[in-house]
Design a protein around this ligand. Structure first.
Ligand code: SAM
Length: 248
């Protein structure tokens, strides 16, 4: 079972999100454990300080090494082993669905959320295995990135979603975007749901969905098609769609 520990200065923000909806229910079902820790609880300073000015001068404050290290030590002691340490940082590799899947191979993740100007480098050297960014922009803190990583990883863990088809079928799982989705009513604002979806013919529906998935990926994210593995039949279909769109 996956365990995720989040070390933060804003514990309520993380706890609220992780206790909500699918991830919250997964915890109640006992198929996932998420623990959020307030780094401030681990400071030895009387004023509960967790940050200080950067050596060498400059703007802002830096999160100190010791409270973070002590928080990590408490997590290690509780788990009886060293978790895979991730620092959410704009300097990390950009997070992808592929990375989310890769992280499910670990059974315990420790996510460190920075704030202010960042974190004392020395503690990162000791406890962090990997830095992850959620995109090439800078946020005020690592909480939103940590929640994004935790959510994306948790929903891939066994038992979190009701059926593995839920994610095996969707965008980016096999490197393609998902086909369009429709629900009741069958006609809305004069727009009818495609007939094939009402036909009950599962083979035809699968073929239609796959073709739509290829068409969407070609239109919205053609870069993804460079990486995707297609069998001969699928490749022929893609070639046909490409030829059509060039002819348009
Ligand atoms: N001075 C740092 C730098 O230039 O690398 C940026 C610090 S940022 C204002 C504060 C914290 O927000 C970081 O320590 C990190 O935890 C988090 N953060 C900001 N942008 C992020 C991103 N794109 N991905 C992941 N974490 C991010």
């Amino acid at each position: 079972m996956m365990r995720i520990d989040i070390a933060t200065l804003f514990v309520d923000m993380c706890q609220t999100v992780m206790d909500t909806s699918i991830i919250g229910r997964a915890q109640k079902k006992g198929v996932l454990t998420v623990r959020c820790h307030n780094i401030r609880d681990y400071t030895l300073s009387k004023q509960a300080r967790v940050d200080d000015a950067p050596y060498g001068g400059g703007m802002g404050m830096v999160m100190q090494a010791d409270p973070i290290y002590r928080c990590w030590e408490a997590v290690c002691a509780d788990a009886g082993s060293r978790p895979y340490g991730i620092y959410l940082s704009p300097q990390g590799k950009v997070f992808t669905q592929h990375k989310a899947r890769e992280l499910t191979k670990h059974d315990h993740l420790f996510l460190l959320c920075g704030h202010y100007e960042g974190v004392d480098e020395r503690v990162l050297e000791e406890i962090i295995d990997e830095e992850i960014s959620i995109g090439d922009f800078v946020l005020t803190g690592g909480e939103l990135p940590a929640l994004i990583v935790a959510d994306a990883v948790a929903r891939l863990c066994p038992g979190v979603l009701s059926d593995s088809v839920c994610f095996e079928d969707e965008s980016l799982y096999r490197g393609l975007l998902e086909h369009p989705q429709y629900s009741r009513p069958a006609v809305w604002h004069d727009k009818a749901v495609p007939d094939v979806l009402l036909s009950g013919d599962h083979k035809k529906i699968e073929e239609w969905r796959f073709e739509k998935s290829l068409r969407r990926t070609l239109r919205k994210r053609p870069d993804l098609l460079e990486e995707v593995l297609l069998n001969d039949k699928e490749q022929k279909l893609l070639d046909k769609i490409r030829a059509e769109s060039e002819a348009d």
